[in-house]
Design a protein around this ligand. Structure first.
Ligand code: TNX
Length: 768
């Protein structure tokens, strides 16, 4: 039997149906494992011919990388005929067309290793793979195998916002190392935003003298920092000198990372306008804001030629520092109310025959694009630059989902995908109750891994316009590099595989297993990575027949040993070990952890289950909830779990501009004395408490009698994130209970959504 399965496996391997993988992230295109190992020793030499500066640079890096794994500094010598015991590194001549500009082939044999590539970039990635293989063994052993490897996409990026929080130079170097480690090749450096201008511009010294510093409000929440700022307050911030920038760009180049600068315009520029108010429409001085700005109204004036002269001067210095073909000009989230009132902007619109302010933004972007093109550069911007028309030569970064990217690719633009749904690493990566405060959302490691950058809607030809993807790291809630590290690691490992490895080879199980070694590498490098993948989630499975809840425990880690308690105590290695789903019959709290090698891998996650009369009862909704806030579907409102303060926690049902009208069928006439409806308010996310909740009862499901109404007493202007139960205490007996929660028909005055209906979020209707 065993022989037969070995035979079948061998057949599948030879037919290529059973892809082999090596312990490398991102997973290589093809791996064929062989018997035996190659051992690196003090005698091992690297045979590599150095004929120019690039090759010399590569050899120095390779030496460092190999040393850091094996603790041995291999001697680099010119190739001789003596290959035994050595590592032979060669640039292909003729070229190997299959592996392109960044690929490599690696053959590890018992007595020698061959690494080949067409370029030093390919060789560099090959050495990174060798490093990974060494770090997942004893540091000196390479398992025998043949590897052919090359990337799926040309743009494999990570962005970093250094405006919301300034990140010191040392951290930027580290960031580039992390990119290189993951065979990623674009560092998108977000140097300008409202809260700080971060790059020295010689012609406009005030940009950094004034624009790089803001009032120190670090002790306050980002969203509550928007009070007026007095002059001469303590200053918080920083900037990069041109010398520092040059060194960083050069360091990145050696590691095959292109640094793409982003100089925001026309909005997100209050830092620039604090320094030079004359380039705004009003000319009014406004300080560098220390926190949240919304909406972005104080923007560059599109009517003044001086604005364009200023921007061209800035871009000229920027181009002198960054050799990248692409220059990112932002272009996002410009609220054009100042343009609407500005005589010069209105005059520009008349002179240029522009029908509205969107077209004025398009004029702005096109004018800058012309300037960049004249200088041999290529414009890239956030997807808003599509609005009002754009030349197909510009490249789009699709962040408001994939839709703008799809439209752009269909219109012939190149596109870098970066949708907030999968690529926003400023969003939570685990349960918010266990995570440091984040922007919102929830993008776990598995969710990143599930991302497919090429949307199905595109034809094969259109799909060629998707040149890659990147993750964005906005730092409103990341005050320092350590925190940034926590947010990118390990999610960038998942993204690197999405971008490098072949689509068909994607395998979450195999990836999560390889992450075990990746975590060890992070430990070796001293990375402050997140262990959120080890958080244990309790999922209920409802049985409508007997109204019970079966709980299953899961994580995003590989093969975890889960321990749990049901009495509210903290689980330890002595607690019950989870082997299969279990049934809950009374209200209790399930707490669980993963323990590995005697160590608890993350804080325990608790889920409170409320067993009440409506659990697992049929619920009929008059209006459907939003598809985006579906929660767990049919029984979400009566699944025994209450939603938390995080409206993305997967428990809430969200309604946009509709009431909740839910009829619960208790199966038979039952007595109860309390109906409670859980609701959430997150004013910033346009989610408001209902004005009131009405409860009606019926025996036949047709004729309902009002039992009572509970009014909400909290103001819609209350900006605190909060939840409450609207409770009706009244004795009744009935089979059907109808709960109506009335949504706020219009967001309050002065709210960004004034005039639009609010969202309503409901979870758990408890009947007792
Ligand atoms: C939107 S994405 C922004 C940023 C914020 C980010 C927070 C984009 C082009 N603009 O200004 O920092 O959301 O997630």
């Amino acid at each position: 039997m065993k022989r037969l399965s070995i035979f079948i496996a061998a057949m599948l391997i030879s037919l290529g149906m059973f892809a082999q993988t090596a312990d490398i992230v991102p997973s290589p295109v093809s791996v064929v494992k062989k018997d035996g190992v190659f051992k690196i020793s003090d005698n091992t030499k690297v045979l590599f011919k150095i004929t120019n500066e690039t090759e010399k640079e590569f050899s120095e890096l390779a030496k460092d990388i190999l040393k850091s794994a094996a603790g041995i500094t291999p001697e680099f010598v010119a190739p001789t005929t003596q290959k035994e015991g050595n590592i032979l590194i060669q640039l292909n001549n003729p070229l190997d067309t299959k592996i392109g500009n960044e690929g490599y082939t690696l053959s590890i044999q018992n007595d020698r290793v061959f690494l080949n590539a067409n370029t030093t970039a390919g060789l560099f990635y090959g050495v990174q793979s060798i490093w990974q293989l060494l770090t997942s063994t004893d540091g000196t052993t390479l398992p025998c195998m043949d590897v052919t490897d090359y990337p799926r996409f040309g743009w494999r990026g990570l962005h970093l916002d250094v405006s919301r929080h300034f990140m010191p130079v040392e951290f930027i170097y580290k960031y580039i190392d992390y990119l290189a480690l993951h065979k990623m090749n674009v560092f998108h450096w977000h140097l300008v935003d409202d809260q700080g201008w971060r790059i020295e511009i010689k012609k406009y010294p005030k940009l950094t003298e004034v624009g790089a510093w803001r009032a120190d409000r670090e002790d306050l929440d980002w969203k509550s920092r928007n009070e007026p700022v007095k002059e001469n307050e303590p200053k918080y911030g920083g900037f990069y000198t041109q010398e520092e920038v040059k060194d960083i760009v050069e360091y990145a180049r050696k590691k095959h990372v292109t640094v793409i600068p982003e100089i925001e315009m026309p909005a997100h520029v209050m830092s620039a306008l604090a320094a030079y108010p004359e380039y705004s429409c009003t000319g009014e001085y406004k300080p560098v804001p220390p926190g949240k700005v919304w909406p972005n109204t104080h923007i560059f004036c599109a009517g003044k030629d001086e604005t364009f002269n200023f921007l061209e001067d800035v871009l000229t210095e920027v181009m002198g520092l960054f050799p990248s073909t692409y220059i990112h000009i932002g272009g996002d989230e410009a609220t054009k109310t100042e343009w609407e009132k500005c005589e010069l902007c209105q005059k520009r619109m008349t002179d240029e025959g522009l029908k509205d302010e969107h077209e004025l933004q398009a004029y702005f972007i096109k004018r800058i694009e012309k300037f960049l093109n004249k200088n041999g550069r290529h414009l890239i911007g956030w997807d808003e630059i599509l609005e009002g028309g754009l030349d197909p030569t510009a490249t789009i970064m699709s962040w408001r989902g994939s839709k703008p990217g799809i439209e752009a690719a269909q219109a012939g633009h190149d596109v870098v995908m970066s949708p907030a749904s999968h690529c926003y690493f400023d969003y939570y990566q685990g349960n918010p109750s266990l995570e440091p405060q984040a922007f919102g959302g929830n993008i776990t490691l598995k969710k990143v891994y599930s991302y497919e950058p090429v949307p199905e809607e595109l034809s094969a030809d259109e799909a060629k316009h998707i040149i890659g993807a990147q993750a964005n790291i906005w730092t409103e809630y990341m005050p320092n590099g350590r925190h940034v590290e926590y947010m990118i690691m390990p999610r960038m490992s998942a993204l690197s595989e999405v971008l490098w490895s072949p689509k068909d080879a994607k395998d979450w199980g195999d990836f999560s297993k390889r992450m075990e070694s990746q975590y060890k590498r992070f430990d070796k490098l001293g990375v402050n990575y997140a262990t959120s993948a080890f958080q244990v989630t309790a999922k209920p499975e409802l049985n409508p027949e007997n109204k019970t809840i079966k709980v299953s425990l899961s994580t995003e880690a590989w093969n975890p040993d889960i321990y749990y308690t049901t009495d509210g105590s903290e689980p330890t290695a002595q607690s019950k070990k989870y082997t299969e789903p279990f049934i809950i019959c009374k209200s209790q709290s399930v707490k669980a952890v993963v323990i590995k090698d005697g160590k608890q891998k993350s804080q325990s996650l608790g889920t409170d289950f409320f067993i009440h009369k409506a659990v697992a009862c049929k619920v009929d909704q008059k209006y459907p909830n939003s598809k985006s806030y579906e929660s767990t579907g049919e029984y979400a409102l009566v699944n025994g779990i209450k939603g938390s303060k995080d409206h993305h926690d997967g428990n809430w049902k969200g309604f946009n501009g509709k009431d909740l009208v839910a009829t619960i069928d208790l199966g038979e006439s039952q007595s109860f004395s309390k109906v409670s409806t859980g609701v959430l308010q997150n004013n910033g996310a346009w989610i408001f408490y209902p004005t009131h909740v009405t409860v009606e009862v019926s025996e036949d499901g047709e004729n309902f009698k009002k039992l009572g109404t509970v009014k909400n007493k909290v103001s819609a202007n209350d900006g605190d994130l909060q939840i409450q139960d609207l409770v009706l205490n009244k004795k009744a007996k009935a089979r059907y209970v109808r709960v109506t929660a009335a949504h706020l028909t219009s967001c309050p005055k002065n709210h960004a959504g004034a005039g639009y209906p609010g969202w309503l979020f409901v979870d758990e209707i408890i009947i007792e």
